[in-house]
Design a protein around this ligand. Structure first.
Ligand code: KIV
Ligand code: ZN
Length: 507
């Protein structure tokens, strides 16, 4: 093993998916998984196999298709979870089971209601059982940040003996400061020596997840767990892009340490995660926020024009954000479109290329300039489209008068066109009500987000909805259109299709 390499363990599809509102369907997870492979992550935590049949299915699909990357499933230290994890990752070329149990006094006493020696026994049995499915087993001390270090050494010793190759020490509640994490990792690296890789997993409750991860790396951790855009439970996880770019930009401090991340894939990956989850990074988010490379003040602009490095420590191009890239329009041909797709990292087969080109032409007819972000959104939305059981054909809306509006919708279902109309409190409400009437399935809208994909009054609208149909678990739908109401209708019908498909699968 190369002791200078920092293993990037991405958990966007597991801890990231635990962000409120970030649940994804199998197609969406698969798109992100293939992008993570292009990005060059070393290990991908594809989900928590025992959580649901949907999670299991997504991990299996990813294990079959993402062949250059190590695929991992999380499992509690119980047989049922480990069996599901082992079976879900089985098709992967390179696989790992990640099992965990809480080790802090507060978790052991109140959550697990177990004595420390019982916890050790359970952890050892879990690792031994996981080893019957695959060679590569990671063990996590949940809430390591608040675990007694003597006990942590004892349990880590036991699980390494049982066969764990990676020991992960999460600051589960995001409580620790960089100096404390550095000290904990230093002690654990000295204790573990070359018997296992020491890994960190930091949460961002105090805004310190990246700083804590970098402190851990400096103290000897050689695997870091992180997510794109810093998604994750509560305030999120350490952000992949921040850790990677800190190591690269501060080469003077971190050398000879390095990662194998292809930095030019950072921005496309971040955009894909944002458009699929509907969770945009805050505008001032480091590296991938909308303003990360914007210079507003005259003094800064003047400086950057004279010499970029006066105010820029990272170039936008280095993360794959091409600022002065060619804008396409309705006269652009297939060749220019194909080149553009390639420069944005999309490799499409002929059929997909033809379909994407038709969509582009449709858009360019309505929109004068088509920007990179438009093309990214267009292609991503085509890729993640799930089979259309219900398909929106036409949409008519009346003026919204004193809040009351009407909408008429035609939907194709089972090769039949069905039209209906409804009144609502505002146009969106009216549209969603008609769709409910046509399908006969009642939806409760839990969340609705609209974003302009690029600049200009004629920007594409990207709508993400979260809907509970028939009082079942909420599903997500996406809609992209130059008309915001049509994008809303498409998003709602997308969620409906997702719900019906899950219902059919569960039958
Ligand atoms: O934060 C945490 O402790 C986790 C573990 C399950 C690794 O996500
Ligand atoms: Zn976590």
């Amino acid at each position: 093993m190369d002791n200078n390499k920092i293993i990037i363990f991405d958990t966007t599809l597991r801890d990231g998916e635990q962000s409120p509102g970030a649940s994804m369907n199998t197609e969406e997870k698969l798109r992100i998984a293939l992008q993570l492979e292009r990005l060059g992550v070393d290990v991908m935590e594809a989900g928590f196999a025992a959580a649901s049949p949907g999670d299991f299915d997504a991990i299996t699909q990813i294990a079959k298709q993402a062949s250059n990357i190590r695929i991992c499933s999380l499992a509690r230290a119980v047989e049922r979870d480990i069996k599901a994890a082992g079976e879900a990752v089985a098709p992967a070329n390179k696989k790992r089971i990640h099992t965990f149990i809480a080790t802090s006094p507060i978790h052991m006493e109140y959550k697990l209601k177990m004595k420390p020696d019982e916890v050790i026994k359970r952890a050892v049995n879990a690792v031994k059982y996981a080893k019957t499915f695959c060679d590569d087993v990671e063990f996590s001390c949940e809430d390591a940040g608040r675990t007694d270090i003597v006990f942590m050494k004892e349990i880590c010793d036991a699980v390494i003996e049982a066969g764990a190759g990676t020991i992960n020490l999460p600051d589960t509640v995001g409580y620790r400061l960089p100096t404390e994490i550095g000290e904990m990792i230093k002690q654990m690296v000295e204790f573990v020596k070359a018997r296992a890789i020491v890994s960190v997993h930091n949460h961002n409750d105090l805004g310190l997840a990246t700083a804590n991860s970098l402190a851990a790396i400096m103290a000897g951790a050689r695997q870091v767990e992180c997510t794109l855009n810093g998604l994750g439970e509560r305030a999120g996880n350490a952000s992949l892009e921040e850790i990677v770019m800190a190591i690269k930009t501060r080469h003077d401090i971190f050398a000879p340490l390095y990662t194998d991340i292809i930095c030019k894939e950072i921005y496309p990956s971040s955009r894909m995660v944002a458009s699929i989850t509907g969770i945009e990074p805050q505008p001032n988010k480091a590296i991938v926020g909308k303003n990360a490379f914007a210079h507003e003040s005259g003094i800064h602009q003047d400086g950057v024009l004279k010499h970029k490095e006066t105010y820029e420590i990272i170039s936008a191009e280095s993360i794959g954000l091409e600022r002065n890239s060619l804008v396409l329009g309705k006269h652009s041909g297939r060749h220019a479109f194909k080149d553009k797709l390639a420069s944005l990292g999309f490799e499409l087969n002929n059929d997909a290329l033809n379909e994407a080109f038709d969509k582009f032409k449709e858009l360019a007819d309505k929109k004068k300039e088509v920007f990179d972000d438009d093309i990214r959104a267009l292609v991503t939305s085509e890729f993640i489209k799930i089979p259309e059981i219900y398909e929106i054909v036409t949409l008519g809306q009346s003026n919204c008068n004193k809040g009351l509006a009407s909408a008429s919708v035609t939907i194709k279902f089972d090769n039949e066109l069905i039209s209906d109309a409804a009144l609502g409190n505002g146009t969106v409400d009216a549209i969603f009500k008609v769709i409910d009437r046509i399908s006969g399935i009642n939806g409760l809208l839990k969340d609705y987000k609209v974003n302009a994909v690029s600049q200009g009054k004629d920007a594409l609208a990207s709508v993400v909805v979260k809907v509970e149909f028939d009082e079942q678990n909420a599903v997500i739908g996406h809609g992209l259109d130059i008309d915001t109401m049509m994008a809303s209708a498409k998003a709602y019908v997308g969620a409906l299709n997702s719900y019906v498909r899950i219902k059919n699968l569960n039958r």
